[in-house]
Design a binder for this molecule. Structure first.
Ligand SMILES: C[S@@+](CC[C@H](N)C(=O)[O-])C[C@H]1O[C@@H](n2cnc3c(N)ncnc32)[C@H](O)[C@@H]1O
Length: 215
């Protein structure tokens, strides 16, 4: 995502502590205590300006949602949306996905959404892809045993890499679409990037879970 410096983003994030938490690197925050009503918890990693999580939280009132994004200048847009149109089952977190297992306990998350994750096309940047094995290890730790990852992208190379990475990790695929908008869009919530890029080619989607206890 192209970043423009947004004036005062950091200050505005600090002021809105009821809606968003800023988690600097190497710091911990009990994000799992943000909601204590016992509802299932779903998180989006790399949420950008938050359109997807905002719509999802409005649609799924019986579930709590946390939208995670690493840049102030991007998540400030999600914060503005949440201030204009409050949704009490959505919370924002400004932090890096690398910190996930510092603040989500083991077996606490019901679903992880990865939408249009940055493709990092150069081989030397492979470890930054959010479907790299290093991230899968963290997802496995925080997801409940029956939890799933839902991933969509317009980037074929990233999709191929992700299938290989998840397969190599031993994950079980529950759904794969090579053209989501043709196959099944009834419940689909369109993200900002999806809106922009679905005109130019297919959207790929997969749903997968970790193998637990040998099944
Ligand atoms: C291409 S955008 C997609 C935004 C949104 N999910 C959508 O579909 O419109 C990817 C977003 O992921 C964020 N991101 C990339 N790596 C991340 C990481 N390690 N932790 C948190 N956010 C990350 C980027 O800053 C960017 O806003």
């Amino acid at each position: 995502m192209r970043l423009r410096n947004v004036k005062d983003a950091k200050e505005r994030i600090d002021e809105a502590k009821k809606l968003i938490m800023d988690i600097p690197r190497n710091e911990k925050y009990p994000l799992d205590q943000v909601f204590n009503d016992g509802k299932p918890l779903e998180i989006e990693i790399g949420a950008g300006k938050g359109q997807f999580s905002h719509s999802l939280a409005k649609r799924q009132k019986a579930t709590n949602h946390i939208a995670i994004e690493k840049f102030d200048s991007v998540i400030i847009r999600a914060l503005e949306k949440l201030q204009e149109d409050p949704v009490d089952n959505l919370f924002l977190a400004r932090c890096d996905a690398e910190q996930l297992s510092d603040f989500f306990g083991s077996n606490t998350v019901d679903k992880i959404y990865l939408n249009f994750s940055d493709p990092w096309p150069k081989a030397r940047h492979e470890k930054r892809r959010l479907t790299h094995e290093n991230f899968l290890k963290q997802y496995e730790e925080i997801l409940k045993p029956e939890g799933v990852i839902e991933f969509k992208t317009d980037n074929r190379s990233l999709f191929e890499f992700s299938i290989q990475s998840l397969n190599h990790y031993g994950m079980v695929f529950e759904f794969i679409s090579l053209d989501l908008h043709k196959d099944d869009i009834e419940d689909n919530i369109v993200t900002e990037f999806e809106e922009r890029f679905s005109k130019h080619g297919p959207i790929y989607k997969l749903i997968a879970r970790f193998k637990r206890g040998g099944n």
